[in-house]
Write a protein that binds this ligand. Sequence first.
Ligand code: ADP
Ligand code: CIR
Length: 331
Amino acid sequence: KKHLTKDVVDKCKNKKSKLGATLYDCISSGVENLDAGVGVYAPDADSYRTFAPLFDKIIEDYHGFKPTDKQPAVDLGEGKTKEFPPLDPEGKYIKSTRIRCGRSLKGYPFNPLLKQDDYLAMEGKVRDAFTGFTDKELKGTYYPLDGMTKDTQKKLIADHFLFKEGDRHLQAANACNFWPKGRGIFHNNDKTFLIWVNEEDHMRIISMQEGSDVGAVLDRLIRGVKGIENRVPFSRDERLGWLTFCPTNLGSTVRASVHIKLPKLSARKDFKSICEKLHLQVRGIHGEHSESEGGVYDISNTARLGLSEYQAVKQMYDGVKKLIELEKEEK
Ligand code: ADP
Ligand code: CIR
Protein backbone atom coordinates (compact mmCIF):
# COMPACT_ATOMS: atom_id res chain seq x y z
CA LYS A 1 0.00 0.00 0.00
CA LYS A 2 2.78 2.36 0.93
CA HIS A 3 5.36 1.64 -1.76
CA LEU A 4 3.44 0.01 -4.61
CA THR A 5 2.96 3.26 -6.52
CA LYS A 6 1.73 3.47 -10.12
CA ASP A 7 5.33 4.11 -11.19
CA VAL A 8 6.54 0.93 -9.43
CA VAL A 9 3.69 -1.13 -10.93
CA ASP A 10 4.51 0.17 -14.41
CA LYS A 11 8.18 -0.72 -13.99
CA CYS A 12 7.45 -4.23 -12.70
CA LYS A 13 4.19 -5.44 -14.19
CA ASN A 14 5.59 -7.07 -17.32
CA LYS A 15 8.67 -8.58 -15.72
CA LYS A 16 9.41 -12.12 -14.62
CA SER A 17 12.23 -13.37 -12.41
CA LYS A 18 14.65 -16.00 -13.73
CA LEU A 19 12.42 -18.76 -12.39
CA GLY A 20 9.21 -17.16 -13.61
CA ALA A 21 7.90 -15.25 -10.56
CA THR A 22 5.69 -12.23 -11.25
CA LEU A 23 5.00 -9.03 -9.31
CA TYR A 24 1.73 -10.58 -8.10
CA ASP A 25 3.65 -13.54 -6.64
CA CYS A 26 5.68 -11.04 -4.56
CA ILE A 27 2.70 -9.05 -3.26
CA SER A 28 -0.04 -11.70 -2.90
CA SER A 29 0.44 -11.95 0.89
CA GLY A 30 -0.17 -8.24 1.42
CA VAL A 31 -3.02 -8.18 -1.09
CA GLU A 32 -4.86 -10.84 0.92
CA ASN A 33 -3.81 -9.48 4.33
CA LEU A 34 -4.32 -5.74 4.38
CA ASP A 35 -3.20 -5.61 8.03
CA ALA A 36 0.26 -7.03 7.16
CA GLY A 37 3.23 -5.11 8.48
CA VAL A 38 5.30 -5.67 5.35
CA GLY A 39 3.20 -7.69 2.90
CA VAL A 40 5.80 -8.93 0.39
CA TYR A 41 7.99 -12.02 -0.06
CA ALA A 42 10.56 -12.92 -2.74
CA PRO A 43 9.74 -16.22 -4.51
CA ASP A 44 13.39 -16.55 -5.56
CA ALA A 45 16.66 -14.68 -5.05
CA ASP A 46 16.39 -13.07 -8.48
CA SER A 47 13.08 -11.43 -7.49
CA TYR A 48 15.05 -9.03 -5.27
CA ARG A 49 16.77 -7.78 -8.47
CA THR A 50 13.91 -8.08 -10.98
CA PHE A 51 11.43 -6.33 -8.70
CA ALA A 52 13.99 -4.00 -7.13
CA PRO A 53 11.83 -0.88 -7.69
CA LEU A 54 9.46 -2.32 -5.05
CA PHE A 55 11.82 -4.33 -2.81
CA ASP A 56 14.44 -1.57 -2.55
CA LYS A 57 11.88 0.87 -1.15
CA ILE A 58 10.56 -1.63 1.39
CA ILE A 59 14.09 -2.68 2.38
CA GLU A 60 15.14 0.96 2.90
CA ASP A 61 12.00 1.71 4.91
CA TYR A 62 12.41 -1.35 7.16
CA HIS A 63 16.18 -1.55 7.61
CA GLY A 64 17.35 1.97 6.64
CA PHE A 65 19.46 0.19 3.98
CA LYS A 66 19.85 2.17 0.74
CA PRO A 67 20.10 0.70 -2.80
CA THR A 68 23.79 1.68 -2.78
CA ASP A 69 24.48 0.06 0.63
CA LYS A 70 26.16 -3.30 1.06
CA GLN A 71 25.85 -5.90 3.82
CA PRO A 72 29.11 -5.93 5.86
CA ALA A 73 31.29 -9.04 6.06
CA VAL A 74 30.13 -11.90 8.26
CA ASP A 75 30.93 -11.39 11.95
CA LEU A 76 29.03 -13.89 14.05
CA GLY A 77 30.64 -12.52 17.21
CA GLU A 78 33.17 -15.30 17.60
CA GLY A 79 35.58 -14.52 20.45
CA LYS A 80 33.35 -11.66 21.62
CA THR A 81 30.53 -13.47 23.43
CA LYS A 82 32.02 -12.43 26.81
CA GLU A 83 30.88 -8.91 25.92
CA PHE A 84 27.33 -10.12 26.59
CA PRO A 85 27.16 -11.22 30.25
CA PRO A 86 23.66 -11.89 31.69
CA LEU A 87 21.43 -8.82 31.26
CA ASP A 88 19.41 -9.55 34.39
CA PRO A 89 21.54 -11.67 36.77
CA GLU A 90 18.87 -11.62 39.50
CA GLY A 91 16.20 -12.89 37.13
CA LYS A 92 13.75 -10.11 38.02
CA TYR A 93 12.75 -9.15 34.49
CA ILE A 94 13.96 -11.62 31.86
CA LYS A 95 12.49 -15.11 31.61
CA SER A 96 14.39 -16.41 28.59
CA THR A 97 16.73 -15.48 25.76
CA ARG A 98 16.70 -16.66 22.14
CA ILE A 99 18.79 -15.88 19.09
CA ARG A 100 17.84 -17.19 15.68
CA CYS A 101 19.17 -16.80 12.19
CA GLY A 102 17.87 -17.92 8.80
CA ARG A 103 19.73 -19.74 6.05
CA SER A 104 18.83 -20.80 2.50
CA LEU A 105 20.33 -23.72 0.67
CA LYS A 106 22.35 -22.83 -2.40
CA GLY A 107 20.64 -23.86 -5.63
CA TYR A 108 17.04 -23.80 -4.40
CA PRO A 109 14.41 -21.04 -4.72
CA PHE A 110 12.11 -20.06 -1.86
CA ASN A 111 8.79 -21.67 -0.89
CA PRO A 112 6.39 -20.67 -3.71
CA LEU A 113 8.64 -22.21 -6.37
CA LEU A 114 9.54 -25.44 -4.55
CA LYS A 115 8.11 -28.78 -5.67
CA GLN A 116 7.38 -31.67 -3.31
CA ASP A 117 10.53 -33.44 -4.50
CA ASP A 118 12.58 -30.34 -3.69
CA TYR A 119 11.22 -30.25 -0.14
CA LEU A 120 12.07 -33.90 0.39
CA ALA A 121 15.53 -33.58 -1.14
CA MET A 122 16.31 -30.50 0.97
CA GLU A 123 15.06 -32.19 4.11
CA GLY A 124 17.37 -35.11 3.34
CA LYS A 125 20.38 -32.83 2.88
CA VAL A 126 19.94 -30.95 6.13
CA ARG A 127 19.17 -34.16 8.00
CA ASP A 128 22.54 -35.51 6.90
CA ALA A 129 24.16 -32.34 8.20
CA PHE A 130 22.53 -32.73 11.64
CA THR A 131 23.69 -36.30 11.97
CA GLY A 132 27.22 -35.06 11.48
CA PHE A 133 27.29 -32.83 14.58
CA THR A 134 30.31 -33.71 16.68
CA ASP A 135 29.71 -31.10 19.40
CA LYS A 136 28.14 -33.01 22.32
CA GLU A 137 25.86 -30.18 23.35
CA LEU A 138 24.42 -29.82 19.85
CA LYS A 139 23.77 -33.47 19.09
CA GLY A 140 20.09 -34.29 18.81
CA THR A 141 17.25 -35.75 16.80
CA TYR A 142 15.23 -34.66 13.77
CA TYR A 143 11.45 -34.83 14.11
CA PRO A 144 9.57 -34.59 10.79
CA LEU A 145 6.23 -32.77 10.97
CA ASP A 146 4.74 -35.43 8.73
CA GLY A 147 3.65 -38.08 11.21
CA MET A 148 4.09 -35.98 14.37
CA THR A 149 1.05 -36.30 16.67
CA LYS A 150 -1.09 -33.16 17.07
CA ASP A 151 -0.47 -33.24 20.84
CA THR A 152 3.33 -33.25 20.42
CA GLN A 153 3.10 -30.49 17.82
CA LYS A 154 0.83 -28.35 20.03
CA LYS A 155 3.10 -28.75 23.04
CA LEU A 156 6.23 -27.86 21.07
CA ILE A 157 4.49 -24.72 19.79
CA ALA A 158 3.12 -23.71 23.22
CA ASP A 159 6.59 -24.13 24.75
CA HIS A 160 8.02 -21.77 22.08
CA PHE A 161 10.14 -24.41 20.35
CA LEU A 162 8.26 -25.07 17.10
CA PHE A 163 6.86 -22.82 14.36
CA LYS A 164 3.13 -22.26 14.19
CA GLU A 165 0.93 -23.82 11.54
CA GLY A 166 -1.46 -22.06 9.17
CA ASP A 167 0.06 -18.56 9.25
CA ARG A 168 -2.23 -16.59 6.92
CA HIS A 169 0.62 -14.38 5.69
CA LEU A 170 2.66 -17.40 4.60
CA GLN A 171 -0.37 -19.19 3.18
CA ALA A 172 -1.29 -16.21 1.01
CA ALA A 173 2.35 -16.04 -0.12
CA ASN A 174 1.95 -19.58 -1.50
CA ALA A 175 4.51 -20.78 1.03
CA CYS A 176 2.70 -23.79 2.50
CA ASN A 177 2.45 -26.08 -0.53
CA PHE A 178 2.71 -29.83 0.16
CA TRP A 179 2.63 -29.10 3.93
CA PRO A 180 3.79 -31.00 6.05
CA LYS A 181 6.08 -32.73 3.53
CA GLY A 182 9.73 -31.86 4.05
CA ARG A 183 9.01 -29.78 7.17
CA GLY A 184 10.30 -30.57 10.62
CA ILE A 185 12.37 -29.67 13.63
CA PHE A 186 15.75 -30.83 14.88
CA HIS A 187 16.62 -30.28 18.52
CA ASN A 188 19.15 -31.34 21.12
CA ASN A 189 18.06 -33.08 24.33
CA ASP A 190 17.74 -29.86 26.33
CA LYS A 191 15.92 -28.03 23.52
CA THR A 192 18.52 -25.27 23.72
CA PHE A 193 19.64 -25.75 20.12
CA LEU A 194 16.98 -26.16 17.43
CA ILE A 195 16.65 -26.02 13.67
CA TRP A 196 13.38 -25.44 11.85
CA VAL A 197 13.34 -27.05 8.42
CA ASN A 198 11.39 -25.60 5.48
CA GLU A 199 8.96 -23.38 7.32
CA GLU A 200 9.30 -19.75 6.17
CA ASP A 201 12.99 -20.25 5.34
CA HIS A 202 14.86 -23.37 4.34
CA MET A 203 16.45 -23.27 7.77
CA ARG A 204 15.99 -21.31 10.96
CA ILE A 205 18.86 -22.02 13.34
CA ILE A 206 17.95 -21.26 16.94
CA SER A 207 19.72 -21.13 20.29
CA MET A 208 17.64 -20.47 23.41
CA GLN A 209 17.62 -20.96 27.15
CA GLU A 210 16.00 -19.78 30.37
CA GLY A 211 17.45 -16.62 31.90
CA SER A 212 19.38 -13.76 30.35
CA ASP A 213 22.83 -15.10 29.47
CA VAL A 214 23.03 -13.65 25.95
CA GLY A 215 26.72 -14.59 25.58
CA ALA A 216 26.05 -18.28 26.27
CA VAL A 217 23.13 -18.32 23.81
CA LEU A 218 25.23 -16.65 21.10
CA ASP A 219 28.18 -18.94 21.72
CA ARG A 220 25.98 -22.01 21.15
CA LEU A 221 24.42 -20.50 18.02
CA ILE A 222 27.85 -19.81 16.51
CA ARG A 223 28.95 -23.40 17.10
CA GLY A 224 25.71 -24.65 15.50
CA VAL A 225 25.94 -22.43 12.42
CA LYS A 226 29.56 -23.45 11.85
CA GLY A 227 28.69 -27.10 12.33
CA ILE A 228 26.14 -26.94 9.51
CA GLU A 229 27.89 -24.66 7.06
CA ASN A 230 30.71 -27.15 6.80
CA ARG A 231 28.20 -29.61 5.33
CA VAL A 232 25.56 -27.66 3.38
CA PRO A 233 26.40 -24.57 1.31
CA PHE A 234 24.24 -21.51 2.07
CA SER A 235 23.18 -18.87 -0.46
CA ARG A 236 24.60 -15.40 0.07
CA ASP A 237 24.34 -12.25 -2.03
CA GLU A 238 27.12 -9.65 -2.38
CA ARG A 239 24.80 -6.80 -1.49
CA LEU A 240 22.03 -8.38 0.56
CA GLY A 241 24.02 -10.87 2.64
CA TRP A 242 22.34 -14.15 3.65
CA LEU A 243 19.25 -14.59 1.48
CA THR A 244 15.82 -15.13 3.01
CA PHE A 245 12.23 -15.37 1.77
CA CYS A 246 11.06 -12.24 3.63
CA PRO A 247 12.95 -8.97 3.04
CA THR A 248 12.84 -8.17 6.77
CA ASN A 249 15.23 -11.05 7.45
CA LEU A 250 17.95 -10.35 4.84
CA GLY A 251 21.55 -9.58 5.73
CA SER A 252 22.50 -10.87 9.14
CA THR A 253 19.10 -12.69 9.45
CA VAL A 254 19.56 -12.41 13.21
CA ARG A 255 16.67 -11.86 15.59
CA ALA A 256 17.95 -11.80 19.16
CA SER A 257 15.13 -11.61 21.68
CA VAL A 258 14.26 -11.77 25.34
CA HIS A 259 10.97 -12.68 26.96
CA ILE A 260 10.74 -9.87 29.47
CA LYS A 261 8.39 -8.35 32.05
CA LEU A 262 8.62 -4.59 32.48
CA PRO A 263 5.42 -3.85 34.43
CA LYS A 264 5.92 -0.12 34.94
CA LEU A 265 7.42 0.75 31.58
CA SER A 266 5.01 -1.34 29.54
CA ALA A 267 2.07 0.40 31.25
CA ARG A 268 3.18 3.67 29.67
CA LYS A 269 1.37 4.78 26.52
CA ASP A 270 4.69 5.50 24.81
CA PHE A 271 6.20 2.04 25.57
CA LYS A 272 6.31 1.01 21.89
CA SER A 273 7.80 4.32 20.83
CA ILE A 274 10.48 4.08 23.57
CA CYS A 275 11.37 0.66 22.13
CA GLU A 276 11.36 1.92 18.55
CA LYS A 277 13.81 4.69 19.46
CA LEU A 278 16.14 2.02 20.84
CA HIS A 279 15.77 0.07 17.54
CA LEU A 280 13.79 -2.63 19.33
CA GLN A 281 10.76 -4.51 18.04
CA VAL A 282 8.00 -5.61 20.41
CA ARG A 283 6.16 -8.88 19.76
CA GLY A 284 3.70 -10.86 21.87
CA ILE A 285 4.32 -13.99 23.92
CA HIS A 286 3.80 -16.38 20.98
CA GLY A 287 5.95 -14.41 18.57
CA GLU A 288 4.98 -12.49 15.51
CA HIS A 289 1.35 -11.35 15.23
CA SER A 290 0.56 -12.47 18.82
CA GLU A 291 -0.32 -10.50 21.96
CA SER A 292 1.45 -10.15 25.30
CA GLU A 293 0.20 -12.42 28.09
CA GLY A 294 0.78 -11.86 31.80
CA GLY A 295 2.82 -8.75 30.98
CA VAL A 296 5.51 -10.75 29.13
CA TYR A 297 6.80 -9.23 25.89
CA ASP A 298 9.17 -10.54 23.22
CA ILE A 299 11.67 -7.75 22.59
CA SER A 300 14.27 -8.01 19.83
CA ASN A 301 16.51 -6.05 17.48
CA THR A 302 14.51 -4.56 14.58
CA ALA A 303 17.17 -4.31 11.87
CA ARG A 304 18.97 -7.27 10.36
CA LEU A 305 20.36 -5.83 7.13
CA GLY A 306 23.31 -3.43 6.97
CA LEU A 307 24.74 -4.67 10.25
CA SER A 308 26.72 -7.78 11.12
CA GLU A 309 25.36 -10.68 13.16
CA TYR A 310 27.36 -9.43 16.16
CA GLN A 311 25.98 -5.89 15.76
CA ALA A 312 22.41 -7.22 15.53
CA VAL A 313 22.81 -9.03 18.86
CA LYS A 314 24.43 -5.90 20.34
CA GLN A 315 21.47 -3.81 19.19
CA MET A 316 19.15 -6.00 21.26
CA TYR A 317 21.62 -6.22 24.19
CA ASP A 318 22.19 -2.46 24.52
CA GLY A 319 18.52 -1.65 23.99
CA VAL A 320 17.22 -4.13 26.57
CA LYS A 321 19.88 -3.01 29.06
CA LYS A 322 18.53 0.53 28.69
CA LEU A 323 14.90 -0.65 29.08
CA ILE A 324 15.77 -2.34 32.38
CA GLU A 325 17.44 0.88 33.59
CA LEU A 326 14.33 2.86 32.64
CA GLU A 327 12.08 0.32 34.43
CA LYS A 328 14.16 0.74 37.59
CA GLU A 329 13.85 4.55 37.37
CA GLU A 330 10.04 4.51 36.99
CA LYS A 331 8.12 5.57 40.11
P1 ADP B 1 10.96 -15.85 14.59
O1 ADP B 1 11.60 -15.49 15.86
O2 ADP B 1 11.59 -17.05 14.02
O3 ADP B 1 10.87 -14.68 13.67
P2 ADP B 1 8.33 -15.92 15.93
O4 ADP B 1 8.27 -14.45 16.24
O5 ADP B 1 7.07 -16.55 15.43
O6 ADP B 1 9.43 -16.27 14.83
O7 ADP B 1 8.82 -16.68 17.23
C1 ADP B 1 8.98 -18.07 17.20
C2 ADP B 1 8.82 -18.68 18.57
O8 ADP B 1 9.92 -18.32 19.38
C3 ADP B 1 7.57 -18.22 19.31
O9 ADP B 1 6.99 -19.31 19.97
C4 ADP B 1 8.12 -17.24 20.31
O10 ADP B 1 7.32 -17.11 21.47
C5 ADP B 1 9.45 -17.88 20.63
N1 ADP B 1 10.40 -16.94 21.23
C6 ADP B 1 10.90 -15.80 20.71
N2 ADP B 1 11.75 -15.19 21.54
C7 ADP B 1 11.80 -15.98 22.66
C8 ADP B 1 12.50 -15.90 23.90
N3 ADP B 1 13.35 -14.90 24.16
N4 ADP B 1 12.29 -16.89 24.80
C9 ADP B 1 11.46 -17.92 24.55
N5 ADP B 1 10.78 -18.04 23.40
C10 ADP B 1 10.94 -17.09 22.46
C1 CIR C 1 3.71 -9.17 7.54
O1 CIR C 1 3.82 -8.47 6.53
O2 CIR C 1 3.16 -8.78 8.56
C2 CIR C 1 4.28 -10.55 7.49
N1 CIR C 1 4.53 -10.92 6.13
C3 CIR C 1 5.57 -10.63 8.32
C4 CIR C 1 6.57 -9.56 8.03
C5 CIR C 1 7.86 -9.66 8.81
N2 CIR C 1 7.74 -9.43 10.18
C6 CIR C 1 7.96 -8.30 10.85
O3 CIR C 1 8.47 -7.32 10.39
N3 CIR C 1 7.59 -8.27 12.12
